[in-house]
Design a protein around this ligand. Structure first.
Ligand code: ATP
Ligand code: MG
Ligand code: MG
Length: 369
């Protein structure tokens, strides 16, 4: 818990106008500490503000991270304005501190940032209906189309090699060889599964190197609750949580959404008969994403969307298995085989996608017009 003195110190370094009515923890984010501040301004009403303590354990370079966010949101603001949209609601607006910086480093070394609060919109934690999933696909697709002209290579890699599946495969192999917890003997089938799919660890890197897939600005955390949905119109209006914005492949953003959004069960479901890649949800997301991209993806990228889903799912399963072999040092676990259960759901999904491969490709070509 952050102490009140520290919060006071932080707030005093911003030029927030009015009298502070409220300052309390907000939302269900897992990475940063998010606060909602409310200021009363005479004759104007109440102005809400989001204040976040950034997680510097996860993001080691907060200054570079904020540089990415400033650059991407400035670019988005211009594009949204050109298209006749409302940049105040359709992208994040960073509030500079009194020194003109997009962050404040407090006396204990924490990094803080502030955003305009986007009112009358909600980030939903769970997919309750197809329409929400469709709206998030549309919003993440639109994010791609608005940023299609942004020079992605100029962004900092906030987490190096985040989706470098080849590098993650090398870490996996090393974990198997070192076998520090003597767990490898119990997970031979899972290890074998990865080894049989080694091609998938290389394919996207190769396609990028050959120029078949272009480098894009990617979001890298395309969860439903990272899109704010307008309370009145129910349209996805704003992509938030830009910490992981980095150079990457559009099909990886798509693939990760499918990995968790089109699965019929929880990530740690023990009963694998409950785990499938739902083709209806796959279609809902594909339709929204391609529409949102508005013709800015290449034909090769669109055709590679199912591959993005398969590779992201394999990569994620491989990361769970690696962590299991290394003694559960990265992902938080609730019981000893938690990472193994998670790895199994991901591999079940990969196998299921392989079974449904023709259907997935047919769905993509149906919307590739
Ligand atoms: P995650 O676990 O998704 O990584 P996080 O800890 O990085 O989350 P955010 O997603 O940035 O945190 O913010 C947490 C929540 O605060 C969001 O889900 C959203 O509900 C709310 N929120 C963040 N920024 C804004 C904003 N500018 N306007 C309104 N609500 C916001
Ligand atoms: Mg979030
Ligand atoms: Mg986040």
């Amino acid at each position: 818990m952050i102490n009140q003195y520290l919060l006071k110190e932080v707030i005093s370094h911003f030029d927030f106008v009015g009298s502070l009515l409220k300052c309390e923890p907000y939302g269900s984010g897992h990475i940063n500490d998010t606060y909602l501040l409310e200021y009363k301004i005479p004759h104007m009403g109440v102005v809400p503000i989001i204040l976040q303590r950034m997680n510097t354990n996860v993001f080691k370079k907060p200054v570079e991270l904020m540089e990415n966010i400033m650059n991407v949101t400035s670019f988005l603001r211009e594009k949204i304005t050109e298209n006749g949209g409302d940049p105040e609601r359709e992208t994040l607006t960073v509030i500079l501190n009194k020194a003109g910086k997009p962050y404040y480093k407090d006396s204990e070394g924490n990094y803080w940032r502030a955003y305009h609060f986007i009112t009358c919109a909600t980030g939903y934690d769970e997919v309750k209906c197809d329409e929400d999933f469709y709206q998030s696909a549309l919003a993440f697709g639109k994010f791609q189309s608005l940023l299609a002209d942004y020079p992605a290579e100029k962004l900092h890699e906030t987490i190096p090699d985040f989706h470098n599946t080849k590098a993650r495969f090398a870490v996996f192999k090393d974990a198997v060889e070192k076998d520090v917890c003597h767990r490898a003997k119990d997970v031979q089938a899972e290890i074998q599964f990865v080894l049989e799919h080694v091609d998938l660890a290389h394919v996207l890197g190769d396609m990028q190197a050959s120029g078949e897939l272009p480098l894009r600005v990617t979001h890298n955390d395309t969860k439903l609750n990272n899109v704010l949905i307008d309370d009145k119109t129910h349209q996805g209006i704003c992509v938030i949580d830009l910490d992981t914005v980095m150079p990457g492949l559009a099909i990886n953003d798509f693939g990760d959404s499918i990995r968790f959004g089109a699965s019929t069960g929880a990530e740690d479901e023990k009963d694998l008969s409950k785990i499938e890649c739902d083709m209806h949800l796959f279609e809902v997301y594909t339709k929204g994403f391609i529409k949102g991209c508005d013709g800015r993806l290449t034909d090769e990228e669109i055709k590679a969307l199912p591959l993005g889903a398969k590779v992201m799912t394999l990569e994620c399963g491989m990361r769970f298995l690696t962590d299991y072999l290394q003694g559960d040092t990265y992902f938080k676990t609730k019981y000893p085989t938690h990472n193994l259960d998670r790895c199994r759901t991901q591999f079940k999904l990969v196998s299921d996608m392989e079974k449904k491969w023709d259907t997935m490709n047919e769905i993509v070509s149906k919307y590739n017009i």
